[in-house]
Write a protein that binds this ligand. Structure first.
Ligand SMILES: Nc1ncnc2c1ncn2[C@@H]1O[C@H](COP(=O)(O)OP(=O)(O)O)[C@@H](O)[C@H]1O
Ligand SMILES: [Mg+2]
Length: 200
């Protein structure tokens, strides 16, 4: 099956685009959702994280204190690496298992940090959702109620818009209204269907 990796900076519209593909009955896998599930209470990955990061990383009820973990890894690349070495192999394994359950000409795999985590080899094609940084900031400000400085620091921690564009096989321009978004998705849907038909 053709695997299309969907990526883009925070707030560029990845989830919005993924929903439009899903509405076309395209299976959509989501690396972030998988990672989220992997660290739910009593999951083996959470035990590993607790062993590496200490008991302070858990809430009193035994669930992950996501803010504490975020703060720890945000300022320390070594800690970030440590977390990734626990989670990445498990995310891969889970994605692989989910893929094996699918029967469809192609699927979308949403991997927000596709380049940052070096997961590009996992997909056959890279679809980048693109919009200007100002639009990213404005959309995330409304969605997540974060300060502009905080949003900017997240954007700075991700690869640049220019870098993403050089790596894209396909690009969706999401600076515009949602109507054009559906149109662009439909075009790519047809493209992916014809590519997958040639592969079989
Ligand atoms: N073209 C658009 N115009 C206006 N708002 C948009 C547009 N696309 C997405 N949004 C809104 O911007 C926010 C970020 O989009 P989202 O799809 O969640 O981005 P991502 O998943 O890449 O972080 C959401 O609240 C979404 O509804
Ligand atoms: Mg999203």
């Amino acid at each position: 099956m053709l695997k299309v990796g969907l990526t883009g900076g925070i707030g560029c519209g990845k989830s919005t685009v993924a929903r439009i593909f899903a509405d076309l009955n395209v299976p959509v896998l989501d690396a972030d959702k998988i990672a989220h599930r992997l660290v739910e209470k009593e999951q083996p990955a959470l035990t590993q994280i607790q062993q590496e990061f200490g008991p302070d990383i858990l809430n009193p009820d035994g669930s992950l204190n996501r803010k504490a973990l975020r703060d720890r890894i945000f300022s320390d690349p070594k800690q970030k690496q440590k977390l990734e070495s626990i989670l990445h192999p498990l995310v891969y394994k889970t994605l692989q298992a989910e893929l094996e359950q699918l029967t469809a000409p192609y699927c979308i795999i949403s991997i927000p940090l596709l380049f940052e985590t070096g997961m590009t080899h996992f997909v056959d094609r890279i679809l980048v959702i693109d919009c200007p940084v100002e639009a990213q900031i404005e959309r995330v400000r409304i969605r997540d109620n974060l300060s502009i400085e905080r949003i900017q620091s997240i954007i700075d921690s991700q690869v640049s818009r220019a870098f993403r564009k050089t790596k894209a096989d396909d690009l969706i321009d999401n600076s515009d209204t949602d109507y054009r978004l559906a149109e662009q998705v439909k075009k790519l849907h047809n493209l992916y269907l014809s590519i997958s038909a040639c592969r079989d």
